[in-house]
Design a protein. Sequence first.
Length: 246
Amino acid sequence: MSTVIGVIPSRWGSTRLEGKPLQMLCGKPMIEWVLKGVSESKLLTDIIVATDDDRIASVVKELGHKVAMTSSSIPTGTDRCYEAIKNSDADIIVNIQGDEPLIEGWVIDKLIEPMLADNNLEMATLACEISSESEYQLNSVVKVVKDKNNNAIYFSRAAIPYTRESFKTSELCLKHIGLYAYRSHYLSQFCNHEPTQLELSEGLEQLRALHMGAKIKVVKVDHQSWGLDTSDDISVIENKLNKKIK
């Protein structure tokens, strides 16, 4: 049986909202909401919060979950995941965003399923339908174009692909959701590879994997990602959490 570890990178520092993991949402710190959703997964065999801060670690331990202390100098969430599990014997690593308080266990399981079905698959990620042409045009929305086998061809912040016809999002591309599953040996290769020019240009580290020649399976789900990025997002997310609680 494959060992599947969910790693939640959760650092204290943030240029837009410092201490974000402990931001209170409907009376609970954000990291508690994330852990609640992740714990609903039926396919994860373990969950670890990878943090650089004792305050976050203390809250996570009080909630009964495991913590891996990592350096504040680690550049990305993916690197933090790797630092947390590099000495483990896990088969599959799932990188779960620490600022997604609306995450649900079934979404994570959908990501894991193709990794369990194909031992040669190095990496998988999630996507959903784009809601409108205006969303399609936003640079903050990452688009993914995939091939007939549901492998990613390219990711971009730009509105790809260009079309001269009427806008039909589901036939052209999907909205990328930033959750990833990695074969453990591939995560090691990825994190030990220098960032590529393509990756730096778009600001999308998954382009490093495509540059390296990896196949990234794109799993379509009916789930909209809602990350906490700035203080303006707090009321929006609290409203959604309240609806979910009811």
